[in-house]
Design a binder for this molecule. Sequence first.
Ligand code: ATP
Ligand code: MG
Length: 563
Amino acid sequence: MASFFLRRKLLFSSSSFLGNKDHFRLYFQSNFECLGAASNKLHPYSSYKGATTNDFTDLTCPHTWYPQARRKHRKVILHVGPTNSGKTHHAMKKLESSASGLYCSPLRLLAWEIANRLNKAKVPCDLITGQERDEIDGAKHKAVTVEMADVTSDYQCAVIDEIQMLGCNTRGYSFTRALLGIAADELHLCGDPAAVPLIQEILKVTGDKVEIQFYERLSPLVPLNVPLGSFSNVRTGDCIVTFSRRDIYRLKKKIEIHGKHLCSVVYGSLPPETRTRQASMFNDESSEFDVLVASDAIGMGLNLNISRIIFSTMTKFDGFETRDLTVPEIKQIAGRAGRYGSNFPVGEVTCIDAEDLPLLHSSLDAPSPILEHAGLLPSFDLLYMYSRLHPDSGFYQVLEHFIDNAKLSANYFIVNCDQLLKVAAVIDEFPLRLQEKYLFCISPVDMDDEISSQGLTQFAENYAKKGLVQLREIFTPGTLTVPKTPAALKELESIHKVLDLYVWLSYRLEESFPDRELAASQKAICNLLIEEFLERLGWQKPIATRLPSRKISRLSQHMRRYL
Ligand SMILES: Nc1ncnc2c1ncn2[C@@H]1O[C@H](COP(=O)(O)OP(=O)(O)OP(=O)(O)O)[C@@H](O)[C@H]1O
Ligand SMILES: [Mg+2]
């Protein structure tokens, strides 16, 4: 599986390092904020208020970690209601008319949608995600993925979309941090009514003023009593939902074989740039791609031209086990059909198999379970203090002990730290400072992906030994091969993840990861090869042995600069 990567072993090379690691600089300051720090320099133990002085594992007062927001006494407006009820729209109207603003999204795709919308409305807006900085001249607004939310500047207005994600077992802490930490005069929260009691409870101690606005669906969503049955019944505007890459390709082929439709695909491990292009092709009426096959990567807040959602399965493997979809997941995904203002004024939802219909119908009728806890992650500052009490322990042990001993108030839980612990176990081998280890731990590496975890290990090792990590080209003319099998495609997706990780690190350790431009260019080539694979997957296109000339010229433009 890892052959592509291993054949090109030491894709990442180190070379002698003239600078030093004191140039370590974090673009992303947020994890160094708990003690009131705005940089990686530790500040006096000033703003942190635990119940017991000097107990660094005391996380009972996380609202005290954000003094700038606490000085504000914010006006917080909760926009809650079902999907497609205009929650984001109303919050965005306020953001658009504000002198400065911050929009926080759970998805890169959604952050892109919002940045485009603001720029089109002549409100210059930067787009900032972990791996992108698209800065517009004179912009006073930013659309960001929630992990990048800025808690160190003042804003007139801010929006946190899909706020119910603060209960998410892995990413919840980023939503909690944005909720407690954004220093905006007016903070708009959009999401499921199930989050209201928890947010009210959390904000009781912040001094903020909370208002709630309830919304109703703007256009009907009709659960059908008839399953899809045959794939010959698929029609323009349908979106078939499934959760594994293998099933996505299988369904795309099955639909296209009837010769009536071409399918765009969107799923989580597809590079974000490719996802955006696939979604745009589906949304574009003039394109031939009129059906979408997608995973729950489309499930939040997005506005796609979908007429009917068709669940191919009501179960999902969540990394641990195969389980039924939850009520909120079913409602979120179903809510993509019949978006207000789209080509389809009425949305429909059904399943491929009749036996799945009862769960679909009962879930759409059920309220989402009330959220009880918001996620937290121990900040670097606290871990650092704690580590000083345990000077002989590695980072893995510090983290593990900290989590075991952490004290929390009733409103919070510590998010699942398995990925962090996996990274910590690997990088404890290398002579890195604690803050460097922490940075690698919070990087967007997928430790369950062999190639991705190897990439991280090589980056960390080279950084520790030489302080400089240079990238070699992966794609040279001899290696420009469009993947022929889903397994080869998966390998390419993994390489994309490694390049993405390089870019992420390059924004935080700028001098030690100098080849951002090369990584971005290689990522673009990776995207083109993946897109070519997706295009050829359909039955209509005969499999060519060479890349079409228009693609070759786009590729060579990227490569000429590096060969
Ligand atoms: N008052 C309005 N005028 C014009 N268009 C609107 C209005 N309200 C909502 N829309 C449009 O309807 C669509 C759905 O609205 P929006 O995305 O705000 O819903 P939502 O409640 O946030 O949905 P979700 O829960 O899925 O995120 C969007 O395309 C939005 O631009
Ligand atoms: Mg929304």
